[in-house]
Design a protein around this ligand. Structure first.
Ligand code: ADP
Ligand code: MG
Length: 514
């Protein structure tokens, strides 16, 4: 009796398990060499020839176009990690891969999948306790925030900018959006600008949009701006021009032209008299209107896109107006300053000190598109970790120290666990060793020797990481060297890696429709 289509494919038992585990491991393996300050970059080329150069785990896995369903689950680990805490994607993927590797060995030794799953879950609980024990006692002040931001950017392509200078801007940005209600990370945007000869970064106390003045003669800077946001075409509507005029004398033609002139003049005067000194409209502005408004010292942006318009509305508190007759002061938004600037082929407008929102923009300039894209990802991660650390006030030592401490505690507690589950708990500890081992391998060290030395230093000093400082690699206290990660990044990595690995291990039947 057939209950499935004859075309569907079925793999069962050990075969299903090992093919899933292999696929999951392979994905995790693919990001291994990018981990840490000496991690290498990957160049990803899509079918259209589009090139992405990155060191970011989530980006790599996203771009890889992975089809195998089990492998896809590891990609989801990285995605969840990115969404929840914004960093630690490579770490999470690499841990998940090693949990699978260890599970494979256990299955070989006839440990049942359910026992592995139970053991891994129990070990993950111990791991979370171990993370709590590692939380630094020092208050999370600007100095620590800077360290968190810098640690997340070390080894990333930051163009000609140092991680240190970027970290300062990042900390300034998250401090700016901090309030009693928490840290409004969503109010910080990164705006990148390609092609500037010098690399520079600047914190704009507001938003940056790709817009230019409607007329060359307009002011490029307005202080204490009153902003009118319109959905109105300031000119003779294109539709009207097509209308047929029955003109059979020069007088009538002149009358028609006069009528048009005075209509246009009317628009310009209405706007000028409204008291707004900046006008933003989603529609066209007639050249005659622009010239008139330029003479009046009014700055106009025309054909502004919907997303820029939305940003202006939320930053300045303006209300959109659909008809010129309805324009009144109550609808105006306010900003401390609006200025425009030209960067090569691009014109940008800076809306600073908007009355309605505490938005800030990290404005970064870099040489090429690839540099700028990777910079944007690195700064995005740094903003995420700084915001996470500031919100929770919890940071742990980086450079593999926390993973060594977790593995230690899990091994200790494993001793008290009965039966074969103990093997699974111990295997979990072994899987965590992959982080310091990989950091060592990526700095050209022998991973086994480094692990042995790290454990010894951890036992004698209580805290030890494999610290990369320029060309030097030393074993020391990461907190002293300022290599710190938010506790939440480590927690999330443990949780999402455990979840994905146990889910994959539990599958013993794969039924695929053709
Ligand atoms: P992920 O995607 O997991 O964040 P990264 O490539 O950003 O991967 O590497 C993060 C790891 O690098 C963390 O374990 C962090 O503690 C470590 N790290 C950061 N800076 C240093 C440093 N100077 N020395 C050693 N390890 C570092
Ligand atoms: Mg990182």
């Amino acid at each position: 009796m057939f209950i499935m289509s004859e075309d569907s494919q079925r793999t069962q038992g050990r075969d299903a398990q090992s093919s899933n585990i292999m696929a999951g491991k392979a994905v995790a393996e693919s990001v291994r060499t990018t981990l840490g300050p000496r991690g290498m970059d990957k160049m990803l080329v899509d079918s259209g020839g589009e090139v992405v150069i990155t060191n970011d785990g989530a980006t790599i896995l996203n771009e890889m176009d992975i089809e195998h369903p089990a492998a896809q689950m590891i990609v989801e680990v990285a995605e969840t990690q990115e969404e929840e805490v914004g960093d630690g994607t490579t770490t999470a993927g690499v841990i998940a891969g090693n949990l699978l590797g260890e599970a494979e060995d256990l299955i070989e030794q006839d440990v049942h999948a359910t026992t592995i799953v139970e053991g891994y879950h129990e070990a993950a609980e111990i791991a979370l306790d171990a993370i709590d024990e590692q939380i630094s006692e020092a208050a999370v002040d600007d100095e620590v925030l800077k360290q968190v931001a810098e640690s997340s950017m070390t080894g990333k392509g930051t163009g000609g900018l140092t991680a240190e200078s970027l970290a300062e801007t990042v900390v300034e940005a998250v401090r700016h959006v901090e309030s009693d209600e928490g840290v409004a990370r969503e109010n910080v945007t990164v705006h990148t600008q390609i092609g500037a000869s010098s690399n520079a970064t600047e914190l704009v106390p507001g938003i940056v949009i790709d817009e230019e003045p409607a007329h060359d003669g307009m002011p490029t800077e307005i202080e204490d701006a009153s902003i009118a946001v319109l959905d109105v075409e300031l000119g003779v509507r294109t539709g009207d021009v097509d209308a047929e005029y029955a003109i059979d004398s020069i007088d009538q033609l002149n009358a028609a032209i006069d009528a048009e002139e005075s209509e246009v003049q009317g628009y310009a005067e209405t706007v000028a008299e409204s008291g707004a000194d900046v006008v933003v409209t989603t529609e066209d502005v007639d050249d005659r209107v622009s010239t008139f408004l330029a003479n009046e010292g009014i700055l106009v942006f025309e054909n502004v896109g919907s997303s820029d318009t939305a940003d202006i509305l939320s930053a300045t508190g303006a209300t959109r107006v659909g008809a010129l007759d309805d324009l009144e002061e109550a609808d105006f938004g306010k900003a401390d300053r609006i200025r425009t600037a030209n960067f090569g082929d691009d014109d940008l407008a800076f809306v600073e000190g908007g009355a309605a929102a505490e938005a800030v923009t990290v404005f970064v300039r870099g040489g090429t598109e690839h540099i700028v894209d990777e910079l944007e990802r690195a700064i995005g991660d740094a903003l995420d970790v700084a915001a996470t650390a500031l919100a929770s006030g919890e940071v742990v030592p980086g450079a593999g120290a926390t993973e060594i401490a977790i593995a230690n505690k899990v091994r200790e507690e494993a001793a008290g666990i009965e039966g074969r589950k103990q093997l699974a708990v111990t295997a979990f500890a072994d899987a965590l060793d992959v982080v310091p081992r990989t950091l060592a391998a990526n700095t050209g060290q022998d991973p086994i020797d480094a692990l042995v030395d790290l454990r010894a230093a951890h036992d004698s000093e209580g805290r030890a990481g494999l610290i990369t400082d320029g060309e030097d690699v030393t074993i020391d206290d990461p907190l002293e060297f300022g290599v710190v990660d938010p506790a939440d990044v480590k927690r999330e990595a443990i949780e999402s890696a455990t979840e994905a690995a146990t889910m994959i291990v539990r599958i013993d039947d794969v039924i695929a429709a053709e």
